[in-house]
Design a protein around this ligand. Structure first.
Ligand code: NCD
Length: 325
């Protein structure tokens, strides 16, 4: 594998390899000296054409922990606001001496375009493109789930998939690249996925996805799931009224205090994930976000390890001679 554009491109073996290398990276992150020399002398450029807090910082931390140099580029305040094309921006990066490009872009397909052209010949990592994909988010979610399950069962997470795990992905599926990347990866790893959303927030064609679709959060939670992944309501991508009002959204589709209470009373150990940033009080209540079941900060911690593994495997194939990565 030369680029990381979509989780759809990952075989099970490749996905598990990234998760296994991320375990080593996470372990290194608990040492007193967290830095590894693996990418010394290499330069990673973070090319962000869309707002981001955790993803950009996470990629920066990941590259720095591997001893790479990092150049952060955000479209605001750059020549992109003067109308510079993606091609010119990309070629400028090459001329500067970049070794890998991490790109977030509002247009679905921008990272794939960069990877497919001869503008630059560098590994490209998709850090979220429009409503398409966000592969490292899905990898860090899978990593987080796998780790929790291994802890519960008191076994090593290494080499394992997520076979038989039941995951509900809830909310604004229509605008969510996180939902799409998670669907493909969770399926590859053997999990069963249910998408829960109002009909207005499900994309055309989702009926053909390899998942169950439900409009009823309570029945999905009552039937029992191992994890529920709440999605942010992406107001900035909404140009129409997709639901009557926030109160109604949260009553029907939110993980509110009442649903958390029922989960707690049920004795089920359903885990709660959210990629952040959270709209507290809308798709998730504060009590749910801060509960013992919630893995939101664990996801952020694991994100660094997963991005270290991704950058490492893309930039220095030597650890993985026997694999196709
Ligand atoms: C997600 C994104 O940007 O796609 N956030 C993230 O990367 N942590 C989800 C979102 O913005 O809702």
């Amino acid at each position: 594998m030369k680029h990381l554009i979509s989780t759809r491109d990952l075989s099970r073996a490749e996905a598990i390899q990234i998760l296994d290398v991320a375990e080593e990276m996470r372990e290194a992150g608990t040492r007193e000296v967290k830095k590894l020399p693996a990418l010394r002398g290499r330069t990673v450029v973070n090319l962000f054409f869309e707002d981001s807090t955790r993803t950009r910082i996470s990629f920066e931390a990941a590259a720095k922990r591997l001893s790479a140099d990092v150049i952060n580029f955000s479209a605001k305040g750059s020549s992109v606001s003067k109308g510079e094309s993606l091609k010119d921006t990309a070629q400028t990066l090459l001329a500067i001496g970049a070794d890998a490009v991490v790109i977030r872009h509002p247009a679905s397909g921008a990272p794939a375009r960069l990877a497919a052209t001869d503008w630059i010949d560098l590994p490209i990592v998709n850090a979220g493109d429009g409503m398409h994909e966000h592969p490292t988010q899905a990898l860090l979610d899978a990593f987080t789930l796998r780790r929790q399950l291994a802890l519960r069962e008191n076994v090593s997470p290494l080499g394992r998939g997520l076979d038989g795990l039941k995951v509900a992905i809830v909310g604004d599926i229509l605008h969510s690249r996180v939902a799409r990347s998670n669907l493909w990866l969770l399926r590859t790893l053997g999990a069963e996925v249910t998408m829960v959303a109002p009909p207005t927030l499900l994309p055309v064609g989702s009926g053909n996805w390899p998942c169950t679709i439900s409009y009823d959060l309570d029945s999905v939670l009552n039937a029992g799931v191992d994890a529920v992944m709440m999605l942010r309501v992406q107001g900035e991508r909404m140009k129409a009224a997709y639901f009557p009002n926030p109160r109604e959204y949260s009553r029907y589709w939110g993980l509110d205090d009442a649903r958390l209470g029922r989960l707690n009373a049920s004795g089920m150990d359903t885990l709660i994930l959210h990629p952040g940033p959270m709209n507290r009080g809308l798709e998730i209540s504060s009590a749910a976000a801060d509960s013992d079941r919630a893995l939101v900060l664990e996801q952020v911690t694991n994100g660094v390890a997963v991005r270290m593994a991704s950058l490492y495997l893309l930039l220095s194939g030597d650890l993985t001679k026997e694999s196709s990565l």
